[in-house]
Design a protein around this ligand. Structure first.
Ligand code: NIG
Ligand code: FE
Length: 410
């Protein structure tokens, strides 16, 4: 099956010599072809180039006149399997309570864990599938999904089985992440090392036995898991073939970046609290610094020093953190806008941060994240717009008209 997308005003995010990620000055490089066409064969990108050079045949033709074609977003950090929204805590925060204060009194993650434990696997699947379909229609083609609202062996397995079903039933590229160490259940307060033992000795072996997780995650931060807890959990996960990918430095300069780098995490995420030592420690490593603009926006947190990181030669990725407590939106078009407006990335850097670099941060940049021959034909066609800069500029507006995953319109 061959599909031709013709008359493309500008085909953006093409790579003639594909990179696994872009860092430092490379982040400003974004190749494109004007008046272009794109040929898809059997779900993969077969060729692309100027429209004037096309002279073949195709089974299906899609006309993209007046429109941009761009690689779908890759969202490398989400928590979309949960049961309840948390707008009451949102109001508490407006009235002055901090995220940490809400967590201390048993709200926050524990609030979601309670509701999620009470929901059946089918109910959780239906809710998560709806969220997944919504973000897909807004232009996301690949996504990482974490457990972490279980916090008991049984509930964590239930969440991970939901993620497995999403993998089986969605055309999106999905990676699963075991985040048993997301919150400390009330009954373990004061002796959280016993909960860490439970994660290590019971949860990880069971998760691995069912092959449910690609990654292992820990919320390594002030008031949550310590650097020592994190090291123990990551070591245990690595033994079972799960690559680390962690939450670090949201509340404080927690040592999270250093412990992530030490265990060769594929990404360290959040990074609202970054000193020079953290930037230095990421240099020359395989770890992708990942910023979550939706969380900083929703919680009014300090902004991660994205420009400083890029100027230090680092790569930067930006993901949604879609979850009920700190970022109740998975809209990557909005993340693209925030990347430019709040973090001063150029549109080119912001597109790389939300496509290729997030693909790297979930271990799939060899198959998605740009328009390159042999990659999955995952792209969207915009509404009629004048330039790709309009994408981050017109924040809040849905600029995506049609989405194609594996060459098929969804
Ligand atoms: O990435 N920071 C830790 N975990 C989530 C929030 C989870 C919640 O509050 O429900 C995050 O922001
Ligand atoms: Fe998160």
């Amino acid at each position: 099956m061959r599909t031709l997308v013709k008359n493309i005003k500008e085909l953006v995010g093409v790579e003639t010599s594909p990179k696994f990620r872009k860092q430092g000055k490379e982040m400003a490089q974004l190749e494109s072809v004007k008046d272009a066409c794109l040929l898809v064969e059997d779900g993969k990108i077969k060729a692309f180039g100027p429209m004037s050079e096309w002279n073949g045949t195709a089974d299906k033709v899609v006309d993209a006149a007046g429109r941009m074609v761009m690689p779908t977003f890759c969202d490398s950090h989400t928590h979309i399997v949960y049961a309840n929204s948390r707008e009451h805590e949102f109001v508490d925060k407006i009235r002055g309570l901090s995220y940490e204060e809400i967590a201390k009194r048993g709200g926050g993650i524990l609030n979601s864990a309670k509701a999620t434990a009470a929901a059946s696997e089918d109910e959780l699947y239906d809710m998560a599938k709806q969220r997944l379909d919504e973000v897909m229609r807004m232009g996301t083609g690949a996504i990482e999904i974490k457990s972490g609202y279980g916090l008991s062996t049984e509930s964590e397995l239930k969440l991970l089985r939901v993620i497995r079903r999403l993998k089986e039933n969605s055309p999106m590229t999905i990676k699963s992440n075991f985040l048993g160490a997301h919150g400390i259940p009330m009954e373990y307060r004061g002796h959280q090392e016993d909960y860490v033992d439970l994660v290590i000795n019971e949860m990880i072996p069971k998760v691995a036995a069912e092959g449910l997780a690609d990654f292992i995650d820990v919320f390594c931060d002030q008031g949550f898991f310590t650097v020592e807890d994190t090291a123990r959990i990551l070591e245990a996960g690595i033994k079972y073939g799960m690559r680390p990918k962690i939450h670090a430095n949201e509340m404080a300069v927690s040592g999270g970046v250093q412990v992530g780098v030490k265990y060769n995490a594929i990404s360290v995420d959040h990074l609202e609290q970054m000193g020079d030592a953290e930037i230095e420690c990421l240099k020359g490593t395989e770890t992708m610094p990942t910023i979550l603009p939706g969380c900083a926006f929703f919680l009014n947190l300090p902004l991660s020093p994205a420009r400083k990181m890029i100027e230090a030669g680092l790569p930067v990725a930006m993901a949604s953190d879609y979850n009920p407590g700190t970022s109740p939106s998975g809209n990557m078009q909005l993340i693209l806008s925030m990347a430019c407006i709040r973090y001063r990335l150029t549109p080119e850097e912001a597109i790389n941060a939300t496509t290729l670099n997030t693909a790297y941060a979930m271990g799939v940049s060899n198959e998605v994240g740009s328009i390159a021959v042999g990659k999955k034909a995952n792209f969207y066609i915009t509404k009629p717009i004048a330039s790709y800069e309009y994408m981050p500029y017109a924040y809040g507006e849905n600029k995506v008209e049609r989405v194609f995953l594996n060459g098929v319109e969804v």
